[in-house]
Design a protein around this ligand. Structure first.
Ligand SMILES: O=P(O)(O)OC[C@@H](O)[C@H]1O[C@@H](OP(=O)(O)O)[C@@H](O)[C@@H](O)[C@@H]1O
Ligand SMILES: [Mg+2]
Ligand SMILES: [Zn+2]
Length: 191
């Protein structure tokens, strides 16, 4: 059973793959960052658990359906497996801003889904990696450690500056994973 302090939760668009202000609407538009896929596999091989928490309001907006989203996530899983890793769970919010759901980040519903799927009592000490403030805000009430990456909307988020106190900032997912896996001793002890 995984431990929360060996869990990394990733936002998808702008962290694992390129984001678009016009939404990522098809498998062809879903373009992974190669180093991000490798970084996920490196985490897995080092004994970490990786999950994904993604807002997908494009579904509510009618830009694409769940079937198309599943093809993107199938491709992601295949690429990570080919690189020697696994993704333990992918949680997505298909709703729009006006749907009053409890899973659209910054609400913590997706993280709660991940907690349940991984049979964890809590997410204290896990890492929440995103390119938008709402990603980091979703993790805070769950005790996740916030990490902003500068890919996707990350640079814009960093320039705005609000709400980032306590967040660590890295150029991209691979750089964060380099840092995390190099934390001699602490990573093993889950500090
Ligand atoms: O970064 P994650 O959570 O994996 O996914 C974000 C996407 O669902 C889309 O989220 C939208 O926000 P609104 O849902 O329209 O507020 C916009 O930011 C799009 O540019 C972006 O592609
Ligand atoms: Mg994002
Ligand atoms: Zn939702």
């Amino acid at each position: 059973m995984p431990a929360a302090d060996r869990l990394v939760i990733l936002d998808r668009d702008g962290v694992i793959n390129r984001d678009s202000d016009d939404y990522v609407k098809s498998l062809e538009e879903w373009i992974p960052y190669p180093d991000a896929v490798k970084a996920i596999a490196r985490l897995h091989r080092a004994g970490w658990t990786v999950a994904v928490a993604t807002n997908q309001s494009g579904i509510a907006r009618g830009y694409y359906g769940v079937a198309v989203l599943e093809t993107m996530h199938g491709r992601l899983r295949d690429l990570v497996r080919e690189a020697g890793g696994e993704i333990a769970h992918i949680a997505y919010c298909p709703h729009g801003p006006g749907d009053d759901c409890n899973c659209r980040k910054p609400l913590p519903g997706l993280l709660e889904e991940i907690r349940e799927a991984l049979s964890l009592d809590n997410l204290e000490g896990s890492w929440m990696v995103g390119d938008s403030l709402r990603d980091l805000q979703a993790g805070e009430p769950m005790g996740c450690r916030p990490v902003l990456v500068r890919t996707g909307k990350g640079r814009r988020t960093e320039e705005k500056g609000e709400g980032l106190q306590g967040a660590m900032v890295f150029d991209d997912l691979a750089t964060f994973v380099d840092w995390l896996l190099a934390r001699k001793g602490k990573a093993q002890a889950g500090q």
